[in-house]
Each structure stands twice: as structure tokens, then as C-alpha cells.
Design a binder for this molecule. Structure first.
Ligand SMILES: *[C@@H]1O[C@H](CO)[C@@H](O)[C@H](O)[C@H]1NC(C)=O
Ligand SMILES: *[C@@H]1O[C@H](CO)[C@@H](O)[C@H](O)[C@H]1NC(C)=O
Ligand SMILES: *[C@@H]1O[C@H](CO)[C@@H](O)[C@H](O)[C@H]1NC(C)=O
Length: 317
């Protein structure tokens, strides 16, 4: 092997060149330790960010690197997961609709019993946002991840009760198709599959499920030994693709290669971005893909706490 090629190969192995995260928005003011819990990208490319330390949803425009408070949620304390869903038509229309969850988290890792609520955020045809309570869920523990499902339904993970609920987005009636999901945190779906993060086992898994999210096959573990919160997946119809993980207090984003289903083992992992906060420590809770032709190949991740205010950063994977 040519010496230069060898040196380059060694350099690649020893010090992978990471892209530089670009901070596109930081919550203004002096708010050390504020944090965003979850992100959803609108069809127009703007990012909705739920705050874990306040009952607020912020809207951030990656095209202009600007953002502002979109809605304050009266009757909530701390917001968690958010996902766009498909509601039933009303008067022939289907408004752009999101489901998000809330809890009262008076202190880190402390959830007030009975405080779980599920909310709806809708945009009118003129773009005006409105929030309404879909249902209080006092029997739930800690509602964490939210993901769209078929037929006007949404999946919500309950980290404390180790369950997944399947809820109708218009009536709030629900079933509990998955229990015993220890450590469940972020959830995502692909046709016929549920993907989930287990932050206690530090793993990413998936399982085939039927139309009502009842398991039809074995759990496949895709990554382990990996601190994990919410994540983004892009898989084809065979289940092959990639996941990008918000690695919590590791303050980094990690890529996982996903084999076609059923996967035969753990996928290769690599750090795509470290030191997200630029301070050496911080909390990365979620990664999402851009949604417009300009940014569908880019990732957006949150970073917060670590003595800094909640931010959204752009990453080129
Ligand atoms: C939860 O939200 C309240 C304000 O609604 C805030 O005082 C508290 O610090 C938040 N909890 C966490 C863990 O950020
Ligand atoms: C939950 O999982 C544990 C460990 O896999 C198993 O022993 C137990 O039987 C399960 N419980 C239920 C209700 O499925
Ligand atoms: C994180 O990034 C900042 C800004 O570039 C740098 O000063 C600091 O040394 C880095 N810390 C770590 C642990 O890489």
C-alpha cells in the first residue's frame, strides 16, 4: 500500500473527521439548563420543538436559522413527545395535526403521579396554531415518545408503566398492545414494525407488529451498549437502512446501520457528531431528518442543559 494511502487510512481509523454542528437556534435569554425534549418537522420544513422545562412549543425555521415561541400550553408543565398524525376529515378537510404529551416533572427523574396528558396541536388553513386537550390519562405513568400509526391513530410510550398505547387521535379511545417494555423511551414506526429505544438497557430494537400493534414476531436488537433517547430512522420496505440516535448525556449523535429484517445481529455504529453543545457536556434528546428538498439529507438534533440554553443544531451525516 502506498505510504500516503496508508497514512490516510490510519488517520481515518484513528480520528474520523466529524462534520461541524451548526447551531441554528438557541432559546433566547438567560436560561441555563433549559432543554427541548422532542422535535417534529412540518411539511413546510419548519421544526416544532417541545420544551422539557416549560409548557411551550417553539417553531424554528432552518432556512433562516430563526425561531420563536409558537404556543404556551395552559394546564401543562413539561412537554414530551410530539408527532404529526392523520386526523379524520372534518367538513371535507384534514388540518395539519400533531399529537404531543405532557407530564409534571417537578425535578429531574421525578414525575408527579396522575399528571399525564395528551394534547392536539392543529394549524388552520391560514396557518394559525391552536392547542386542545385530547385527554388526561391519570392512569398512565410517564408519557414519553409519540409516533403516528395508521387509521387515525397514534402510539405513545409510557416509560414508567413500561407500555405502549395505541390511541385514536379524534376520540382518545385506546388499547395497550405492548406491555413489559422495560426502559422504553423514544418510538418510531415503519410499515409493520415498531422501533424503540430502551434507555435502561442502552439499546435500539424493533419488532414486527400487526395493524393493531400486537406483536407478530420476535424482538430484534439493532444496537446495544449505546446511550439512547429519541432517534430518527430511514428504512426501506425490506427494513434495511439507518438510524440516528440522540445519545443523551453523551452529547453526541450516533449512526446505526440497520440490516434487512429479520436482522441477524447488531448493526455497525459510528459517531456522526460529538460535543454537540460545544461545552464538552450537554444533553442530546432527539434527532430528526429535514423534510424539504433542500435539507432532506441533513439532520437536526437538540442539545440542552450543560449550563447552556436549549438549542437545535444542524448536522451533515
Ligand atoms: C418542568 O416544568 C416546570 C415549569 O412548568 C419547571 O419549573 C421544571 O424545572 C421542569 N422540570 C424539568 C426537569 O426541567
Ligand atoms: C416480562 O418480561 C420478563 C423478562 O423477559 C418475563 O420474565 C415476564 O414473564 C414478562 N411479563 C409479562 C407480563 O409478559
Ligand atoms: C467542545 O467544543 C468546544 C468548542 O469547540 C471546545 O472548546 C471543547 O474543548 C470541546 N470539548 C470536548 C470535550 O471535546
Amino acid at each position: 500500500m502506498h505510504l500516503l494511502t496508508l497514512l490516510q487510512t490510519v488517520a481515518l481509523l484513528v480520528a474520523p473527521v466529524l462534520s461541524t454542528p451548526t447551531t441554528i437556534f438557541t432559546v433566547p435569554g438567560t436560561l441555563p439548563n433549559s432543554w427541548f425534549e422532542n422535535l417534529a418537522v412540518r411539511p413546510n420544513g419548519k421544526i416544532l420543538a417541545t420544551r422539557g422545562d416549560a409548557p411551550e412549543i417553539w417553531q424554528i425555521d432552518p432556512a433562516t436559522s430563526t425561531g420563536s415561541l409558537l404556543v404556551s400550553v395552559a394546564g401543562a408543565y413539561n412537554l414530551t413527545g410530539i408527532a404529526e398524525v392523520v386526523p379524520r376529515k372534518k367538513h371535507g378537510k384534514r388540518p395539519e395535526t400533531y399529537i404531543f404529551a405532557s407530564a409534571y416533572i417537578p425535578a429531574p427523574f421525578t414525575v408527579a403521579p396522575g399528571s399525564a396528558k395528551v394534547w392536539k396541536l392543529r394549524f388552520s388553513s391560514t396557518g394559525t396554531p391552536s392547542v386542545s386537550l385530547l385527554t388526561a390519562l391519570p392512569s398512565a405513568g410517564f408519557l414519553n415518545g409519540v409516533a403516528a400509526w395508521t387509521n387515525h391513530r397514534v402510539l405513545i410510550s409510557d416509560t414508567e408503566l413500561e407500555s405502549v398505547y395505541l390511541m385514536d387521535v379524534d376520540t382518545a379511545s385506546y388499547t395497550t398492545p405492548l406491555t413489559n417494555m422495560t426502559g422504553i423511551n423514544g418510538i418510531q414506526t415503519a410499515p409493520g414494525y415498531l422501533y424503540w429505544a430502551n434507555h435502561l438497557a442502552a439499546s435500539l430494537s424493533r419488532r414486527p407488529v400487526d395493524g393493531n400493534v400486537v406483536p407478530t414476531g420476535a424482538v430484534e436488537t439493532l444496537a446495544s451498549g449505546q446511550n439512547i433517547d429519541d432517534f430518527a430512522i430511514r428504512v426501506d420496505s425490506a427494513g434495511e437502512g439507518v438510524a440516528y440516535i440522540g445519545a443523551m448525556y453523551d452529547n453526541e449523535v450516533v449512526e446505526v446501520e440497520i440490516d434487512p429484517a429479520p436482522s441477524t445481529g447488531l448493526g455497525a455504529t459510528s459517531v456522526v457528531e460529538s460535543n454537540l453543545s460545544g461545552s464538552g457536556f450537554g444533553l442530546c434528546t432527539v434527532v430528526v431528518f429535514g423534510r424539504t428538498s433542500a435539507d432532506s439529507g441533513l439532520l437536526y438534533a437538540t442539545v440542552g442543559q450543560g449550563g447552556a440554553s436549549a438549542s437545535v443544531v444542524r448536522i451533515t451525516p
